[in-house]
Design a protein around this ligand. Structure first.
Ligand code: FDP
Length: 322
């Protein structure tokens, strides 16, 4: 099986980009170890703090953030970082070429129940001669990402990675510490009979999403003429991994539960990197109004509606939004 660095070099990635990706993965290997230790490492449960988005931080959120932050800033490969767990961007090496946005531990409500969690990252080029302390350097649409990926801490530790030449899946060989290529060019089937949504929010959805889901639930006697199955892992990283492996539609739509927060998922370190992985595997990623990777960001913690997955099913869902 092939190791990650030669695969990236063959794809034409610069030495700096390969080194940056390896740096992120070094932190992820340690997170994988800590997550795998569970209660033994004393890191389950919550802290007494909230992040800037008003969410209580889990101990593993804080630990994973610190690991990634320290290793990235020490490496010299990043001009600045943005993280779900940092209020503001953090400046790094002024001469570096890249900026990284990350969710250190996605799905952290799953940590205490030994269920799926993961790290999501997005790498972009830093604008030339830019100020590392200026958050504006992150305000680039997702189609400018030079690489995107996630590491899923499940029964095995799995990396999905795209540098713009397809989406590849690697599996961590925990004995030797290498990510080995286990699926070249993942391909999301265009059709599916599976969808993922937090159905408890149904009464708060907009009519388009209500009507779409209602038609899926109507099964083979409804307008779609087939039966659908539903899955919800409550960690985007786990739900998107299933979509990459066998297709499906994943959505976290707009809702009116909290009028000040109509969307749940964050653009810079959740929606954009997942959109790149999904589109590079032949799927689609949309908000219902526009392609996710075409959104011009205005805040590092900005939130968006997300509808992604199997091409024909996303298009079917979008038809309800027209
Ligand atoms: P979490 O807050 O636990 O990190 O990032 C947001 C997210 O998880 C997604 O990973 C997941 O899809 C969603 O929230 C789960 O939301 P619900 O609590 O509504 O199920």
């Amino acid at each position: 099986m092939r190791r990650l660095p030669p695969v990236l070099i063959e794809d034409g990635c610069s030495r700096e980009l390969v080194s940056l990706i390896r740096t992120i993965l070094a932190a992820c290997k340690e997170i994988s170890f800590r997550v795998g230790q569970g209660a033994l490492s004393g890191v389950l449960g919550s802290t007494l703090d909230e992040n800037i988005q008003g969410e209580t931080q889990k101990k593993l959120d804080v630990l994973s953030n610190q690991l990634l932050k320290d290793i990235l800033l020490e490496s010299g490969y990043v001009k600045a970082i943005a993280s779900e767990e940092e209020d503001y961007t953090v400046a790094g090496n002024p001469d570096a070429d890249f900026i990284v946005a990350f969710d250190p531990l996605d799905g952290s409500s799953n940590t205490d129940i030994n269920s799926l969690v993961g790290t999501i990252f997005s790498i972009m080029q830093a604008p030339k001669d830019s100020d590392p302390a200026d958050p504006a350097i992150f305000m680039q649409p997702g189609h400018k990402q030079v690489a995107a990926g996630y590491v899923l801490y499940g029964p095995s530790t799995t990396l999905a990675l795209s540098t713009g030449k397809g989406t590849r899946i690697f599996t961590l060989d925990k004995t030797h510490g290498s990510f080995l290529l286990t699926e070249d060019f993942a391909k999301i089937p265009e059709d599916t009979k599976e969808f993922a949504i937090n159905a408890s929010n149904q009464r708060h959805w907009q009519p388009a999403m209500k009507n779409y889901i209602q038609d899926l639930l109507a099964g083979d006697t409804g307008p779609r003429g087939k039966n659908f199955n539903m899955r919800w892992i409550a960690a985007m990283v786990g739900d998107v991994h299933r979509v990459l492996c066998r297709g499906g539609l994943f959505t976290y739509p707009a809702d009116t539960k909290n009028p000040e927060k109509p969307y749940k998922l964050r653009l810079m370190y959740e929606a954009n990197p997942m959109a790149m992985l999904v589109e590079q595997a032949g799927g689609l990623a949309h908000t219902g109004e526009e392609r996710i990777m075409d959104i011009q960001p205005n805040d590092i913690h900005q939130r968006v509606a997300v509808i992604l997955g199997s091409k024909n099913e996303v298009e079917a869902c979008l038809a309800y939004h027209k």
